[in-house]
Design a binder for this molecule. Structure first.
Ligand code: PMP
Length: 303
């Protein structure tokens, strides 16, 4: 259950009970998946409750609306302030925040006339993905960038994610590795992917992926810690049997992969650069710096 009788959401200019909010059933968002949303996390830190990368998430929400021709007037600053208020009114510290922008009643295949904003949140501690995931190459491809604006976070795109994720689960795996239309690795159903080989990290180049905020944060961490990162198109074959690999996303954070198509990643996770990145990411979400990792990396490289 995502809410109780007491849960408060922001909905169209007001703070209301989630249990009392309602919507019209005659709209493009419900019928056609024509809505944009974000997945954001807040953390209890030594400096109080902090929404991680609020600006990046709300800039992306506004950009997603623009790319979909959905009129949306809120500024990033207003959205951030409203989100802090939702958290405060619910007494949440560690939480997942789900803002969604959807359209007023209209069943035509024309652009949105007016949008509604809901900001929902629920308490969340720990990652959502089991640690050390067994993943499988999906038979589904990511949406074709000629058919969708893949860099926007659009509700309808997630039908593809559900198909891919469920297929992997039905086959006994934890998650799917989804390829693009050219059979290069793209991403997971809801996270980006990196693999590590001989001290370098590789991640799919932009084009068919949602360029994640966590992916950008991982690349920032690598820059800070002098870990080389290469963005390129690669096949699952190149990734299978690498030293280590991980998924990353706001909800997933940085989660280790155990194997791809039953071929294990070869290094002990704790000895990988990826595990340092995982810990460094934890520091950042908790509003701590990266100083301690700079020393650790030196030890790893020298040993
Ligand atoms: N790819 C997909 C398909 C996703 O749904 C997500 C989660 N938003 C990501 C990547 C990771 O994005 P972010 O790091 O911005 O959460």
């Amino acid at each position: 259950m995502y809410f109780t009788d007491k849960t408060i959401i922001y909905y169209n200019g007001e703070f209301v009970k989630a249990s009392e909010a309602s919507t019209n059933l005659y709209g493009q968002s419900l019928h056609y998946g024509y809505a944009v949303f974000e997945g954001i996390k807040s953390y209890e830190t030594e400096n109080g409750t902090k929404i991680f990368k609020a600006k990046e998430h709300y800039d992306r929400l506004r950009r997603s609306a623009e790319l979909m021709y959905i009129p949306f007037e809120y500024t990033t600053e207003q959205l951030t302030a409203l989100t802090y208020e939702v958290l405060e009114r619910n007494g949440f510290t560690n939480a997942y925040v789900r803002p969604i922008v959807f359209c007023s009643p209209n069943m035509a295949l024309s652009k949105g006339q007016q949008s509604y904003l809901a900001i929902e949140a629920w308490e969340w501690t720990g990652g959502y993905l089991a640690n050390k995931m067994r993943i499988k190459t999906s038979s589904f491809q990511r949406p074709n960038p000629q058919a969708f604006k893949v860099e926007a976070k659009v509700s309808g795109h997630y039908v593809n994610s559900i198909l891919a994720c469920q297929e992997a689960k039905d086959a006994g795996y934890d998650e799917a590795l989804v390829l693009d239309a050219n059979s290069f690795v793209a991403e997971s159903s809801g996270a980006n992917v990196f693999y590590e080989k001989d001290g370098t990290l590789y991640t799919p180049a932009k084009g068919s992926i949602l360029p994640g905020i966590t992916r950008a944060t991982v690349m920032d961490i690598c820059r800070e810690l002098d870990i080389p990162v290469v963005e390129k198109f690669f096949t699952p074959d190149e990734m299978r049997g690498a030293d280590a690999a991980f998924f990353c996303g706001t909800a997933a954070e940085v989660v280790a992969l155990d194997s791809l198509d039953d071929v294990p990643f070869t290094k002990d996770w704790e000895d990988s650069l990826s595990s340092i990145i995982q810990k460094a990411y934890q520091n950042l979400v908790l509003d701590k710096g990266l100083e301690e990792f700079k020393g650790k990396l030196q030890l790893t490289v020298n040993s």
